[in-house]
Design a protein around this ligand. Sequence first.
Ligand code: CDP
Length: 776
Amino acid sequence: EPANESQQRDSEPIQVDEPVKAPPAVIEAPTSALESAENDAPQSPQSETAPKAEQKFNQVNNKPKPVTDNKPKPNFTSLRKKANTLYEQRKNLPIFGHSDEIRKKLREQDVMLLVGETGSGKSTQIPQFLVNEFWCRPTDTKITKPDGTEKPIKVGGCIAITQPRRVAAISLARRVAEEMGTPLGSSSPASKVGYSVRFDTSTSPSTRIKFLTEGMLLQEMLHDPWLTKYSAVVVDEVHERGVNVDLVTGFLRNLVSGQDKGRGGVPLKVVVMSATADMESLQGFFQEGFKLEAEEKKLIQNGSYKADDQNEKKRKDITVCRIKGRQFPVKTIYAPEPVHDFVDAALKVIFQIHCKEPMPGDILVFLTGQETVEALEHLVNEYAIGMDPALPKIQVLPLFAALPQAAQQRVFMPAPPRTRKIVLSTNIAETSVTVSGVRYVVDCGKAKIKQFRSRLGLDSLLVKPISKSAAIQRKGRAGREAPGQCFRLYTEKDYLTLDETNTPEILRCDLSQALLNMKARGVDDIVRFPFLTRPPREALEKALLQLLNIEALEETGKISEIGQHIAKLPLTPTLGRVLLAAAENGADCLTDVIDIISCLSVENIFLNVNSEEKKEAAETARRDLYRREGDHLTMLATVRAYAAEHADRKAWAERHLVSHRAMQSVMDVRKQLRMQCRQAKLLPKDQRDDHYPDPSPVLILQSFLRGFATNTARLVPDGSYRTVVGNQTVAIHPSSVLFGKKVEAIMYNEFVFTNRSYARGVSAVQMDWVGEALAG
Ligand code: CDP
């Protein structure tokens, strides 16, 4: 199975978040009565041919004259009213009483660590505590340029709060905007709260609080290494320990302990927050940075600060603030014996709760990924049909990173009357987002994690048991508002064998993206970079090799021009390389490759078919989409057919057993990538959205090989495939259109290991193309 949450988080086929430039500025002008009437009018039939946003983009491009946007103007009175109601809730959050203490400390010092249970109010309240502090205003200052002259600049004014997941960044921004009574993001120029996640940035000129993914902050640092826009950076959910948060903390440590270079003396405040992490190591980590700085600046004499630097010393104190959470008791119910099929087991438990447990409350089920979520969603809906009509109704809501925005938001809304919400989630809901109303948790005890397999030289996704600390977090979700129950779909004995905590991702995944990130920011000496946890040497070497292979680095280890280009794309280095290779092959090839890359950014565009009978139906339904060249061209054919469907895309998707949900995300990503390529002049500015070149399979596949030359396998005489690098046996995944086919050689996007090694996202290639690509 592909994309797990941590992968979805930032390293799914399409990776690091990148600020995607908004379409050319829409000039705000007073809306005339006529225009607003037009805007309120039902959509014209023509508007069905393209998603709304796409159309607007066209309008903006085609009309030289200023246009008004058709956003409804915010009603500040009702926003205010809502905020006042929410204030009552906020006052009851455990963190509320700590406001003065936190603000006082941060006036004196630069770095603060904060621990508090999920739901104690860290993410939503901290930025609001800080935003009106005197140090949080833009400050006029000067910096000295390399030639010795001085340049006046403005520093600060905004607060950044990083999140490991896009879902959390967006839902928190929405919530904080509501609490502050301000419109959200780009919906109004007066909005004070915005967000920025891969393929979706929503901010305004007045944004003061910005929620963004860790990858996005890293991208911003490419353009503004001293983060001059910000007065404070709040690093949230540090316990998740994805690779990007380790990079962020490393860069921030460098920044706070040597910040006079680019900020003209204006300090940057850093708050690091966690639900569980051991804060001692983080405290030591930042202290070490301050110590090195003080030694370098000779502020220390005989092991302590000199008398006249006591203020400086105070600034460098690091307080750990602990918020006591409110947690109701949660009863744990273990499986009496090991469970083989957790989807089936979850189904039974859900209906057992729904039919037998008298206590009201919603159910939150933790599963491993989009596929298991969708499988269970289907089963629950099917079973619910035959349910006793006297029972409350059931509302099944999936929650995973690749879910389109609107569907994600439904999870946060209360269930209709006499209805029980059943949220089927990946580990997103573990600590990242709070779903209210939950009193039952069902935990499958597993999660998909990314693991680097050094023999293959690539990341693969493995379904693995979670850690004890994750199991405790999951259980805790049932006791947020009242006493609850947690059904663990594993035995108590198995629970006791779980690892205590999650291993940081940096110790187990491909580091090429992280490395490219650092190189692009001028960190040439990777060994001296302050890592929270130092990755193993071999992993760094592998990553260097990988970047050399795709020509992102020069032989000397310095970043190349290609590398600079790739670092700015919201893609993994590998897919970034593919995109550039496609651009070298011409705009038509690039247009096609963008469509394919967009598909690779979602878990699966085809609906899962389990039974033999359904498999046959799917084969028939998708016959006109399947391409003998393999999955890549099949994806292209599917995007094209979907995009060309003007009448009813949903029905089209159903007919072809294609996931309408996934395709909506694909179209979003495709739009953004096209826009970015137009801005980078890789695509003609005037290219129409419905421009469909005749695909050239050879050029397309050769472009992919420029990034995936090492993800190839050749057919050997015994009829199996062996990887070109490493000579490992690998089979074509049953979900591939090439399943069961014998071709000279295959190229694949991912390597999955379940009971055997599978290649997924497979196309047929020729060995001499592979040779060429490997030779560079
Ligand atoms: O960061 P932490 O987990 O400590 O808490 P938080 O995310 O600030 O959430 C505090 C409270 O705000 C939650 O218990 C919810 O009641 C509410 N909240 C919400 O309603 N919607 C969100 N998207 C986030 C928080």
